[in-house]
Design a protein around this ligand. Structure first.
Ligand code: GLN
Length: 556
């Protein structure tokens, strides 16, 4: 018998940024924990064809899927919550949908018909949603529509939801995540913006089946009833979602509001699944997080979190989560400190680094603050501070080593100096051609590739296996011409591509430094709450050990 696939659209009301992604992940988690197969789709209303060309300060981290698609950070959030791997079918933008429709039109697939914004764009959206659902063989497919209702940008995606619902009324439901402000001077939580959002949703032909009421404090009965009356839904379907300390509390909080049963009832799924969630492991994790006392202090050196007066850690969300999972797994509380790379262009600032148990330089692009990062890496190497470099952080480790240990003062990455005397990080031939044609989107090595690990190294000690698969996103590589020299000077390339040409991990022997390691790939994308990434765990263990022996490095 053909599977009856169900779809849950998650839309935002009032303002964005109040947790639509986490809500989507949490509902999916609840359903998964009841024994259903679940997948999740993110729709970004931008015209960008993928997220690869978006600035992380504005848009948050670019999440690279194992198939190499560059997507929104929510996608990596779904992967972490659900412990699954998603594909390019799970992500779409206005640009990706339009480009598909236009290429179909060019291929005469519409057989001479006028191709119209409606219905052809929403139909293409529905086609992809169904394909993603089939690919995952999902009982339930979550579809998060970016932005908020009432915006011009996402109207065609709401239209897709409406069209799908009209054809399959029992199989489609809509959850609105809305914000309830409590103006400081008024001191009372206000439902009016949510009422307006609900009307905006109605005018797109949709009715919320559930409203997730996001607010700083829990929703009271009076307001719950008010929302129910004015937004045309049952009071039990208004779920209070106050701010929490950890996002891993949210599935359990939702279950306390009976969300799982309401969803199952609305979609007619009560017969085939467990009526209680198995969230034991999650509750365990939440309470463990709260009870941790023993801290380890890690500095993250970057540039993308410097947006005016705000610190936008969203640009590194997978790195943060990966550190947390590893720290939690060994019973430590990670304290993350955001340091601006540009500050370390000034030598006098180096001492600031002494108070941290470990330093991490995450991925990045371009010239800004690069010398600051290189100075930090040098300081970490010379002072035995555990150092973990991700992608750019590994390339700069190699540049630093070439300059300061090999004495190649003109060493650089050609990303910064195309005429570098010693291009220790160089562009790959295939990418060079694409760049010359100004084909920036898609000019990178993207997605999962295998790497072979050398025995007797930190990497091997962490992974405990000969071959691993990790996700990549970079244009540049360690220049094979310099590998021998670097190795002679003591750097170990502890992982390479299977043909031995591409350097995947660089490290120093532990006899010289407690932990000095960089990866050309992004291990953060493979870290999961209950299966932390082995390299992150090795790094965090090193920071804990460094914290204990920190008396050697006086706190300034
Ligand atoms: N900018 C470097 C490259 O393109 C590193 C990329 C990254 O850190 N993701 O190779």
């Amino acid at each position: 018998m053909k599977k009856e696939r169900k779809y849950i659209f998650v839309v935002g009301g009032v303002i964005s940024g109040v947790g639509k992604g986490v809500t989507t992940s949490s509902i999916a988690k609840i359903l998964q924990s009841r024994g259903l197969t679940v997948t999740a789709i993110k729709i970004d209303p931008y015209v960008n064809v993928d997220a690869g060309t978006m600035n992380p300060t504005e848009h948050g981290e670019v999440c690279v899927l194992s198939d190499g698609y560059e997507t929104d950070q929510d996608m990596c959030g779904y992967e972490r919550f659900l412990d699954i791997s998603l594909s390019r079918l799970n992500y779409m933008t206005t640009g990706s949908i339009y480009s598909k429709v236009i290429s179909r039109e060019r291929n005469l697939e519409y057989k001479g018909k006028c191709v119209q914004v409606v219905p052809h764009i929403p139909l293409e959206v529905i086609k992809q949603i169904k394909k993603a659902s089939e690919e995952a063989d999902a009982d339930v497919t979550m579809v998060e529509i970016g932005g908020t209702v009432g915006e011009y940008e996402n109207i065609l995606f709401l239209e897709a939801a409406r069209m799908l619902k009209i054809k399959n009324p029992q199989d489609v439901m809509c959850v609105m995540v809305s914000y309830l402000p409590t103006p400081a001077k008024v001191g009372e939580m206000k439902t009016k913006p949510t009422q307006h959002a609900s009307r905006a949703l109605n005018s797109a032909g949709l009715q919320a089946d559930i409203i997730i009421a996001r607010s700083s404090t829990p929703l009271d009965k009076k307001r719950k009833e008010k929302i129910a009356t004015f937004c045309n839904i049952l009071p039990e379907h208004v779920i209070s979602a106050p701010d929490v300390d950890s996002i891993y509390d949210i599935p359990s909080n939702f279950e306390r509001g009976n969300l799982g049963n309401i969803v199952l009832k609305t979609l007619g799924l009560t017969q085939q699944v467990a009526m209680v969630s198995d969230l034991v492991k999650w509750r365990h994790l939440s309470s463990k997080i709260k009870s941790l006392e023993d801290e380890t202090h890690i500095a993250i050196i970057g540039k993308y979190f410097d947006t005016g007066d705000f610190v936008l850690s969203d640009a590194y969300i997978s790195v943060i989560e990966a550190i947390k999972f590893s720290a939690y797994s060994i019973g430590k509380k990670p304290i993350l400190n955001w340091l601006n790379a540009a500050d370390f262009e000034d030598e006098k600032q180096y001492k600031k680094l002494n108070k941290y148990d470990g330093i991490l330089v995450p991925g990045g692009f371009g010239e800004r603050a690069i010398e600051g990062k290189i100075n930090v890496i040098k300081y970490a190497r010379e002072n035995g501070i555990p150092y973990f470099g991700l992608c750019y952080g590994m390339q700069l480790l190699v540049v630093e080593y070439a300059r300061n240990v090999l004495g190649l003062t003109g060493a650089n990455t050609v990303e910064i100096n195309p005429m570098a005397e010693h291009p220790v990080i160089d562009i790959m031939a295939g990418q060079r051609k694409k760049l010359a044609e100004k084909d920036y989107g898609g000019s990178m090595r993207l997605g999962s590739y295998p790497a072979i690990i050398k025995k007797g190294t930190i990497a091997y000690g962490a992974y405990k296996k000969d071959e691993v698969t990790e996700r990549h996103r970079h244009r540049y590589e360690v220049n094979p011409k310099y590998v021998e020299q670097l190795e002679k000077a003591g750097l170990i390339f502890s992982a390479t591509s299977p043909n031995g040409v591409l350097m995947e991990i660089a490290e120093l022997p532990q006899t010289q430094h407690p932990f000095f390691l960089g990866t050309q790939f992004h291990p953060e994308f493979e870290a999961r709450p209950f299966t932390p990434h082995p390299l992150f765990t090795a790094f965090v263990k090193a920071t804990v050990a460094a914290g204990k022996s920190n008396t050697i490095r006086p706190v300034p």
